[in-house]
Every structure is written in structure tokens, then in C-alpha cells.
Design a protein. Structure first.
Length: 575
């Protein structure tokens, strides 16, 4: 018997075992009815070992078309197979969309397949489209399972309608393309991923982490460092790998600038010294870089299709804020974010108003954990920082002389006070805060500690986001309010009294977490996973999906569908 004959016989045998409750030789549409009934009843319907995952969408899709086969056009099948095979370009796993089975069987002539197998493959094609389309549209991983504080308006569409429109339009590839995020940042990441994947499989032996290599040094690791930087695109094509003087082990002046640029795009101090952190970045395997990109692509899929005409976006891991108007970047500032044990949350909201010369009501946790020990050690702490002490809350609170309080006797269970720092240059919020009231009590604000912005890594806050040169952001946000000019802002600041400025139209703010992105020069930027969020997301991306309502049920008493009754179906292997 030929190889094709053996494969066909094995296929029929396996399907007979897996789907043994289906009667043989039923018409294709009747077989589809039976399979959809099994899905509706909660049975784990499988085709050659792969479960059908989009259970509800499959039922809705085939119900709307009278349970007729959908994938009768060979060109449409070919386009879907091609899209599944290239799902990895978006950081997705083709195996999640039945890639192996479709590639092996679906391009064979329909008349070579049994009627049961035709029905199975039809559902498998539909399932592959529905799952791939939904993952491109909204992401594979539910963001709330990764970031419990995550909120945003995710892109949503009824995928069964998308599939019907795609089949009617006869262009499967274009239909799937429209589901991808349209943001340019997403497209650039896909292109960067393609460049990095060319390095997969190349030797990438670890470089010793010490000693450091400084300009003018000779070191046996330098030839490999040059080769590695050239492979990553950090040395120009015209650069001689052997160095300017022909000695590949000498750290010459021509290498110093590329090393500094490499450090900068990895979020390191660009000092030109090849130290432990720089060697760690050079040792990062290509597959690790690909996974960082995959995590970033998934996070883009979580965002709305349109971020708005004017919006502010903060990248926590990149320590950076941008303001975008009509697709153009009008402002970019460095920011300071929460420390690893007081992480800045990932969420979206709208900036509604600004407060100049703000007071700062200290959160209870900070009063007890941070400030109480300082007060006990330094009795002048409150006076020096212009912090008032109140007993009680709201309209009934009363101001207390701090010298009358036995601070050493207080604890988390006995702390009836509230701290309010008055306006001034020492105020922890600086001279302006940008308000978008939220359940996390997190917002953007100024800071008296401007010197920290010169650091490459800037996770120093208690969760809020400190903005470098915040009055530039204030001026942009208030630019559409004729009552507020830069001169008026300066006049208000001089009064040292709290003043609120309401925005004519709230401005969306997206506080996100990307450790990989492509900058305006086309360079892939990578950052440390300061909150260890990438590792959790990457792990979930690599898991096999379980479907939208996958609940194995060994026995169904009866399931009705026009023209058929299934009674007490027993599914092999489901007990």
C-alpha cells in the first residue's frame, strides 16, 4: 500500500476511535450537526487528538449557516493554513491553531477523504480561524490573570460574524490582517522579531561576567563581543570586526561608541565600560530577546484599537512618558516609577484636572511603615518637611500639635492620625499633580528630587509616577484651555496656594509595561523586567489554550437539535 493509503487508513481508524459515537457514512452536514451537538453538550470533541476550542463561536457560526460545510474553497483553505503557519510572526504558537493537522491533511483533495473526516476538518478550519482571529484581536492571555489591577477597553468583535464575512469575501488572509493591532509600534515589533529569529540556532556561548573591559584594554573576550554586536546590529556594516588596528582583542576608540549605544538601548548607563551588566546583556540569548518581544506584542493586543486623538502613555519598564497628538509625538519625558515591592499598576484612565501647589495627604501605609520610624528617630522631621498632623478625618478632623503625641507608642493597630504635607518646594508631589481618580490612588506628579531622573534605572517611588519637567506636560494638557497660559501657571505657582485647573476634555492616559519596543531610529530597545511580569506572561503564552467554555462531561442525558436526538453519549477517554 502507498504511503498516502496508509495515512488515509490510519486517519479513518483514529477518527473511528476518537469519534466512535458518530454513525458511519452520514452526510457531511449531518456530521457537522452531530459534532456541534456534542460541543453544546460539553463533550470534548477532538480531531486527530486536537480538541475543538471555540465551542460557543463554532455553535453560533454553524447554526447561522444551517450546519453546512464552510471550507469548500481550496484557496481559502490554503490562505488559512498559510496564516496559521506564520502565526509565530506575531509571537503566537501555530500549534494552538491545529497547524500540524491542517498542513498534513487539509490540502489533499476532498474526494480522498471520508465524509466524517470532511466534517471534522471543516470544523477544524473554522476553529483555527476563530482562535487565531480572537488571539490577534484581543490577545491569547486574559490580562486580568497576569495583572489583577489591569483595566482597559479591549477590542471586541463577534468572531463567528468575522468568519462568515471572511468566507463570503473570499480573502481569509486580509480578514485576519485587519484583526491585528493597527498601531505602528506593533508592526515595528513584528519586524524586529523577524530580524532576531534569524539568529536562533547560532552559537551563543556565555561570556565571563568579569573582569570589566575598559577602552584601551586587551581582552580575549573582545573578538566574540565584536561578532555578537555585529550579529545584533550594534556594529555598522562598514565596521571592521578586527578593530581599527587589526587586533580583535584590543578595545579601541572605534568600539567605544557602539558599546555605549548598545548599553543605552538596553537601559544601562552608557559609560562605554563593558562590565557585569553589559556582559549580561550581551549574553542574553536570541530566544530570550524573542520572548521579550512576544510579551510586548501580547500587551499591545490588549489595548483599544484607537488610543484617542490626544493621549498620554507611560511605559513603566522604560521609565518614560510620551504625549501624542494626532499621531505625532509632542512630548517625551523621563519618569520615576514604583519600587519592586510597591509596584506601579498597569491600567488606563483619563486625566481630568491638574492641581498646582498641591497638598499631599500621606497614605496610611506610608505613614505607618515609612514615616513613623523616621519621626521616632528625628522629632523635627514633621516640622522640617512642613507636615501637619490631624486627628480624625473629614470635616470633623482637628489639628494636633505633634509634640503632644507619644510617637513611640503608636502602631498599625493604634494610629488615629492623618498627615498632610502643605504646599511648597519640599512637598513630595512637587508643585503640580495630574489627576485621574482611580482605585489605586496612583497619579502623575512633580517631585523635589529631580536629580534621580539622571539615573538609567528609575524605580524609586511608592507607586505613583514622578514626571521630569512636569510643567511642559501641564502646558500641553492645558493648551486647549484659553484661560491657562504658561505665564498664568507661573503666577499661580508663586501664590503657594492650591489651585485646580480642569481640562476642557479629559485626556486618556495609558500606564503600560513594555520591556521591548522599537524606537524612532528603528532600534530595538530592551529593558529589565523590573517587576518580573514578563516571565509570567511568557509562561502563559506558551500554554496550550483550553477554549472558551471547555468542561469535559462524560455523559449527557439528552441534547436536542432539529432533526436529531443524542442520548447518553459516552466519550472514550473522558471519564
Amino acid at each position: 500500500m502507498s504511503r498516502q493509503g496508509v495515512l488515509a487508513s490510519a486517519t479513518v481508524l483514529l477518527l473511528t476511535v476518537t469519534l466512535s459515537w458518530f454513525p458511519p457514512c452520514v452526510a457531511a452536514d449531518e456530521a457537522i450537526v452531530a459534532r456541534v451537538e456534542a460541543l453544546d453538550a460539553g463533550f470534548p470533541v477532538k480531531v486527530l487528538g486536537d480538541p475543538l476550542l471555540a465551542r460557543h463561536a463554532l455553535s453560533s457560526f454553524y447554526g447561522a449557516r444551517g450546519y453546512k460545510p464552510a471550507w469548500t474553497d481550496p484557496e481559502q483553505r490554503r490562505q488559512l493554513i498559510d496564516a496559521v503557519e506564520h502565526a509565530s510572526s506575531d509571537g503566537l504558537n501555530p500549534g494552538d491553531y491545529h497547524g500540524a493537522i491542517l498542513s498534513e491533511l487539509a490540502l489533499r483533495r476532498i474526494d480522498q477523504l471520508s465524509e466524517d473526516l470532511r466534517a471534522d476538518l471543516d470544523l477544524l478550519f473554522s476553529d483555527a480561524f476563530l482562535m487565531l482571529g480572537s488571539h490577534l484581536l484581543e490577545g491569547k492571555v486574559n490580562p486580568q490573570n497576569i495583572h489583577t489591577e489591569w483595566t482597559a477597553n479591549r477590542r471586541q468583535r463577534k468572531m463567528e460574524l468575522v468568519l462568515a464575512e471572511a468566507l463570503n469575501g473570499a480573502d481569509i488572509r486580509s480578514s485576519l490582517d485587519t484583526l491585528r493591532p493597527s498601531h505602528e509600534a506593533y508592526r515595528k515589533l513584528v519586524e524586529a522579531r523577524q530580524r532576531i529569529t534569524r539568529l536562533l540556532g547560532q552559537p551563543w556561548l556565555p561570556l565571563a561576567a568579569s573582569p570589566s573591559i575598559r577602552p584601551g584594554d586587551r581582552d580575549s573576550r573582545l573578538p566574540e563581543i565584536r561578532q555578537r554586536m555585529a550579529a545584533l546590529g550594534d556594529l555598522p556594516a562598514s565596521f571592521t570586526i578586527n578593530g581599527q588596528d587589526g587586533d580583535p582583542q584590543f578595545y579601541d576608540a572605534g568600539l567605544e561608541s557602539p558599546v555605549s549605544a548598545f548599553q543605552a538601548r538596553h537601559g544601562l548607563e552608557p559609560d562605554g565600560i563593558i562590565g557585569r551588566k553589559t556582559l549580561g546583556a550581551l549574553n542574553m540569548m536570541p530566544v530570550e530577546r524573542v520572548r521579550q518581544i512576544d510579551a510586548a506584542l501580547e500587551r499591545w493586543r490588549w489595548l483599544p484599537e484607537s488610543l484617542g486623538r490626544r493621549f498620554v502613555i507611560v511605559n513603566i519598564a522604560g521609565f518614560e512618558l510620551k504625549m501624542i497628538e494626532n499621531g505625532e509625538e509632542v512630548l517625551r519625558k523621563r519618569v520615576i516609577v514604583g519600587r519592586p515591592f510597591r509596584q506601579t499598576p498597569v491600567f488606563s484612565d483619563r486625566i481630568r484636572y491638574l492641581v498646582f501647589n498641591p497638598t499631599w495627604t500621606v497614605p496610611r501605609k506610608l505613614m505607618i511603615e515609612d514615616q513613623l520610624p523616621l519621626i521616632v528617630r528625628d522629632p523635627d522631621y514633621l516640622d522640617r518637611l512642613n507636615i501637619s498632623v490631624y486627628k480624625g478625618w473629614g470635616a470633623n478632623r482637628t489639628r494636633i500639635d505633634p509634640e503632644t503625641v507619644d510617637w513611640a507608642s503608636l502602631s498599625a493597630d493604634n494610629f488615629p492620625y492623618q498627615f498632610v504635607q502643605e504646599p511648597g518646594l519640599q512637598n513630595a508631589l512637587g508643585q503640580v499633580k495630574f489627576m485621574f481618580p482611580n482605585e489605586y490612588d496612583v497619579y502623575l506628579h512633580d517631585t523635589p528630587g529631580q536629580g534621580l531622573f539622571s539615573r538609567a534605572s528609575r524605580s524609586f517611588s511608592s507607586g505613583c509616577i514622578r514626571v521630569e519637567q512636569p510643567f511642559d506636560l501641564a502646558a500641553h494638557l492645558l493648551s486647549q484651555n484659553p484661560d491657562w497660559s504658561r505665564a498664568k501657571i507661573n503666577d499661580v505657582l508663586a501664590t503657594s496656594r492650591p489651585v485646580t485647573a480642569v481640562l476642557p476634555e479629559p485626556v486618556p492616559v495609558y500606564i503600560q509595561y513594555w520591556t521591548a519596543w522599537v524606537d524612532d531610529n528603528g532600534q530595538l530597545q530592551l529593558r529589565n523586567d523590573i517587576y518580573n511580569r514578563d516571565s509570567r506572561l511568557i509562561s502563559r503564552l506558551r500554554e496550550t489554550p483550553t477554549g472558551d467554555s471547555y468542561r469535559p462531561t462524560p455523559v449527557a442525558e439528552s441534547v436536542s437539535r432539529p432533526g436529531r436526538i443524542l442520548q447518553r453519549l459516552t466519550i472514550p477517554g473522558s471519564h
